[in-house]
Design a binder for this molecule. Structure first.
Ligand code: NAP
Length: 248
């Protein structure tokens, strides 16, 4: 039977590649993004490739919107059995200049958004005694990153959240893993390069990466495809690094 997947942040970058890959692998995909037109465009691309997808404009920090979005997907495709949380917001500021509002918003999207989506989808998975959750964290949660204390704290929270949830849901047939990407060429990365936040830029960092290239969104999608597969049933609570060898 075809599975129902929800991918957040699927209008761009990593989420988009994951949504396209899961659709290609046979899932029906709910494409969630804050940017409604981007979600629509992503769903249209998937349908043009022969897949099945519907777009929902959702702010993952808004629990009512998450609940309504999941209901829309369920009504169309049935219970959700795969969830990939890729929606994310970054930020670069000296620690002393981070406002309380900026701190709250980054935590609300990256950490609380992951909580909302998991809590809203997990009852379907418990009902089916089968589920797969992948939370996109960040390699910066392991290495640290100056001027990103709010972002790094939120992503470290996602890593701990993933480990705890995996232990709780293992007996229900649900796996929960996290992929901390390292230096993936996405619109987020290019925006940061343009603003001068990446020092000498993408090419400079790629040259210092053991595999000598930036990551591609498809690299994360491939790892995700494995983690949500039937055969990954014994892999849970893991931090599954995809970073070209930048962090070992
Ligand atoms: P991206 O190209 O900016 O894609 C992120 C998508 O999430 C955007 O479409 C964005 O919409 C959406 N989004 C933001 N806030 C949202 C919200 N509150 N609710 C729903 N959707 C929201 O970034 P990316 O590089 O693919 O990043 C995907 C994930 O990977 C993020 O969690 C990021 O932190 C993580 N990550 C990326 C890298 C990397 O090297 N690229 C490294 C480590 C971790 P808007 O454009 O409207 O904001």
């Amino acid at each position: 039977m075809r599975k129902t997947a929800v991918v957040t942040g699927a209008g761009s970058g990593i989420g988009l590649a994951v949504a396209r890959r899961l659709a290609r692998d046979g899932a029906r995909v709910g494409v969630f993004d804050l940017d409604g037109p981007a979600a629509e465009a992503a769903a249209a691309k998937i349908r043009a490739d022969g897949g099945d997808a519907c777009a929902v404009a959702v702010d993952v920090a808004d629990r009512a919107a998450v609940d309504a979005g999941l209901d829309e997907v369920r009504a169309r495709y049935g219970p959700v059995s795969i969830l990939v949380n890729s929606a994310g917001k970054d930020g670069f500021k000296r620690f002393v200049n981070i406002s309380a509002a900026a701190w709250q918003r980054i935590l609300a999207v990256n950490l609380t958004g992951t909580f909302h989506c998991c809590q809203a989808a997990v009852p379907d998975m418990i009902g089916a005694r089968w589920g797969r959750i992948v939370n996109i964290s960040s390699s910066s949660a392991h290495s640290g990153q100056p001027f990103m204390t709010h972002y790094v704290a939120s992503k470290a929270g996602v890593v701990g959240f993933t480990k705890a949830l995996a232990l709780e849901l293992g007996p229900e047939g649900i796996t929960v893993n996290t992929i901390p990407p390292g230096f993936i060429d996405t619109p987020m990365t290019r925006r940061n390069e343009e603003r001068g936040f990446l020092g000498a830029g993408v090419d400079h960092h790629a040259a210092r990466t053991p595999v000598r290239r930036p990551g591609r969104p498809e690299d994360i999608a491939a790892a995700c495809a494995f983690l949500v597969s039937e055969e990954a049933g014994y892999v849970t609570g893991q931090v599954f690094g995809v970073n070209g060898g930048r962090n070992t």
